[in-house]
Design a protein around this ligand. Structure first.
Ligand code: NAD
Ligand code: ZN
Ligand code: ZN
Length: 362
């Protein structure tokens, strides 16, 4: 089958990738579409993962083979793939804290693939840049008639951004929320905050993102600048927030991963406010932590995938998408055939897309 391999130096497509058969409780999925997340690019840029590896962690497809003991799914079912696979029996899982289980986020990668007989690693429990993948049945949620190119985004961009606002940010009606970084994750943080009844101030250093942010429900926008200090950005956000109605910023969802933006968020949020960190920084990055600001009462929270609880949140997001209370279609800026992954990645790096999607059937 076809897939994209990262060998630590370059990305290339191959038609010689193979995946093992599904074991007990597992399912083989034929991938129809996958989104490219900035985290896939970070993995290559940081060089932190075992190689060769199949990247990608946002997928939709159809059930192609059922392992033993799988119920509730049938061949041909249209599904989205989630990333979380808590093991269920480690200390953390038994304490009902599955987010702390190493298996939840794929920190213990398997090697389900082979290329010319040699093992190839999986990534984030998904590896969606492959024609077929083997995942746990518990990662799959039926998506019905949602087009696969849209359904693919639910597994990361949609769930991470939306749940970062609603689950971790605990946004309430009447809150003012700031979302920094209007990419695939940020637009979903905006949608989550809006559905909770908040007004949203969006921040990005790309001026083209103002229109994007407003189209997903932001009502104010701050253009940040390269080289701007964290204090300067925080002051600009506070000024914009108070300009209209004098309200402070209750919650900030940081979706850019820029250390300066993270530091600005801690300064800009109100006393008693909450900063949700979603954006991934480069390895070893740090920011000075102004303890005056934090100790006078500010919460800083972060859980991967926005603290999404798959069994509750994925079906809810699928339903919200079907009833058009969240907009999936406009997030898919452009769809490329799998072979043209380089163009898709370049578009994401250039900030030219909200989400770049790969079509595995083209
Ligand atoms: N925690 C998680 O579970 C999780 C999940 C998915 C993605 N992420 C991370 O979230 C971040 C966003 O991912 P994405 O796929 O939406 O990326 P993206 O490239 O689509 O969007 C990032 C946006 O941030 C903006 N930006 C960059 N630097 C900025 C700055 N200094 N100030 C303001 N805006 C800035 C960019 O212009 C862009 O619009 C990445 O760091 C990614 O690794 C984390
Ligand atoms: Zn992601
Ligand atoms: Zn566990």
């Amino acid at each position: 089958m076809r897939g994209i391999i990262w060998d630590g130096k370059r990305l290339f497509t191959t038609d010689r990738l193979e995946v093992r058969a599904p074991g007990r409780g597992e399912v083989k999925v034929r991938v129809l579409a996958s989104g490219i997340c900035h985290s896939d690019l970070n993995m290559m840029d940081a060089g932190l993962i075992g190689t060769p590896v199949v990247l990608g962690h946002e997928a939709a497809g159809v059930v192609a083979e059922l392992g033993e003991g799988v119920s509730g799914l049938a061949l041909g079912d249209a599904v989205m793939v989630g990333t979380q696979t808590p093991c269920g029996h480690c200390r953390e899982c038994e304490r009902d804290e599955p987010a702390n289980c190493d298996e939840t986020w794929g920190f213990v990668p398997g090697q389900p693939f082979r290329l010319d007989g040699e093992p190839v690693y999986s990534f984030a429990n998904v590896s969606s840049f492959a024609g077929e993948i083997v995942v746990k049945a518990s990662q799959l949620y039926k998506t019905g008639d949602i087009p696969p190119q849209q359904a693919a985004l639910i597994g990361c961009a949609v769930s991470t951004g939306f749940c970062a606002a609603q689950n971790l940010g605990r946004v309430r009606a009447g809150d003012r929320v700031a979302v920094i970084g209007v990419g695939g994750i940020g637009v979903n943080a905006i949608q989550g905050a809006r559905l909770s009844g908040a007004s949203v101030l969006a921040v990005d250093l790309n001026p083209a993102k103002e229109e994007v942010a407003r189209s997903f429900g932001a009502d104010r926008f701050v253009l940040s600048a390269r080289g701007q200090s964290s204090q300067g950005l925080a002051a600009a956000m506070q000024a914009e927030a108070t300009a209209a109605d004098g309200l402070p910023i209750d919650v900030i969802v940081e979706c850019s991963g820029a250390p300066v933006a993270i530091e600005a968020a801690i300064h800009a949020v109100k006393r008693g406010g909450r900063v949700v960190l979603v954006g991934m920084t480069s390895p070893g990055a740090s920011v000075p932590l102004g303890l005056d600001a934090v100790l006078s009462g500010r919460e800083i929270v972060s859980v991967m995938n926005g603290g999404a609880r798959p069994e509750v949140d994925y079906p809810r997001l699928i339903e919200l998408a079907r009833s058009r209370q969240i907009d999936l279609g406009s997030q898919v800026s452009q769809v490329w055939p799998l072979e043209q992954f380089e163009d898709a990645i370049n578009a994401l790096r250039a900030g030219a897309v909200t989400r770049a999607v790969l079509d595995h059937t083209a």
